[in-house]
Design a protein around this ligand. Structure first.
Ligand code: CO
Length: 211
């Protein structure tokens, strides 16, 4: 059997098991999607949103990319954000990075990963530059790496707060709260490192006053 054929076979078994446990399972899910959370995570195969939070299909709306970045010109991410916030009306947006992130590690090197990866990793180098003083004081390379993972998550949460999508929802509906988390590949535990409650004021340069 080909490896991908095993996926299809496992899918059949899974669907059957679900229906045996709860005959209305798929009927219910197909009619309604009301997730409370938007998850912006890393594409890394070891950090599946549902599994590590023990949640079910229907509970978390998910967007993943390399190193969980929030880029203000990324139409893909912004579409997901707009749909989740404006239409699904999620109460929480979670940016979840992870220690040992290959994207972060790559951005810390001077290696040429060629386009388009160089373009993407540039955003992480910018985070490094913003926090260069703090990072320069960390001599242990592993600790420096861990800290950049945390600072990156914090920065991406702040990028969310700079969007009119979030600011409009904060103004009109006092939601969603924004969370920056870091997952540990070594122990499976999530470390909450940063939070912005709905309505938090940011640098006035980025605040829209006529939403
Ligand atoms: Co990663």
């Amino acid at each position: 059997m080909k490896t991908y054929e095993k996926l299809l076979l496992e899918n059949k078994a899974w669907a059957q098991e679900k229906v045996e446990d709860d005959p209305e399972y798929f009927k219910r899910l197909s009619h309604l999607q009301t997730p409370e959370f938007l998850w912006i995570g890393c594409s890394d195969s070891r950090v599946p949103a549902n599994e590590i939070t023990n949640t079910q299909p229907g509970e978390i709306f998910v967007h993943r990319n390399v190193a969980n970045l929030v880029i203000h010109t990324d139409v893909n991410l912004l579409s997901v954000l707009d749909y989740a916030v404006t239409h699904l009306k999620v109460k929480h947006v979670i940016v979840c990075g992870h220690y040992g992130c290959g994207g972060i590690k790559a951005a810390m090197t001077n290696h040429d990963f060629k386009q388009v990866l160089n373009m993407w990793l540039r955003n992480i180098k910018d985070v490094y530059r913003l926090h260069r003083d703090e990072l320069a004081n960390i001599t242990d390379e592993e600790s420096k790496f861990d800290r950049l993972v945390e600072l990156n998550v914090k920065e991406q949460v702040q990028h969310l707060a700079k969007t009119s999508i979030i600011q409009r929802a904060w103004k009109n509906e006092q939601r969603p709260d924004l969370h920056g988390w870091v997952y540990g590949l070594k122990d499976g535990l999530i470390n909450p490192v940063f939070e912005m409650k709905a309505g938090t004021h940011i640098d006035p340069l980025y605040e829209y006053d006529d939403l």
